[in-house]
Unconditional design. Structure first.
Length: 89
């Protein structure tokens, strides 16, 4: 789980899969949100939002100073993160 305290998904594309060899959903809480707006309503208080995305202006992950309490947003492999999420971070 790489130190994660919970997993959240936004939208309905997530499915439990055989490729999840650690069965992460059984080890740590998994919160499902219908939309980014719904996530925003229940986001962990005081946590910094961090968008993980490749693009101009991005900081290489090895150079990034990770905050002690953060929510990391990872986009889908085919479309990446939506612009409103990147802008919110």
């Amino acid at each position: 789980q790489l130190g994660a305290s919970f997993i959240f998904t936004v939208g309905a594309r997530f499915k439990e899969q055989a490729s999840d060899t650690t069965s992460a959903w059984q080890q740590i809480p998994h919160f499902k949100h219908e939309s980014f707006e719904k996530f925003c309503e229940s986001s962990p208080r005081g946590a910094v939002w961090v968008a993980i995305e490749m693009g101009s202006g991005s900081v290489p992950l090895q150079d990034f100073v990770h905050p002690p309490r953060a929510v990391y947003f990872l986009g889908s492999e085919d479309n990446g993160l939506n612009r409103p999420i990147v802008e919110a971070c």
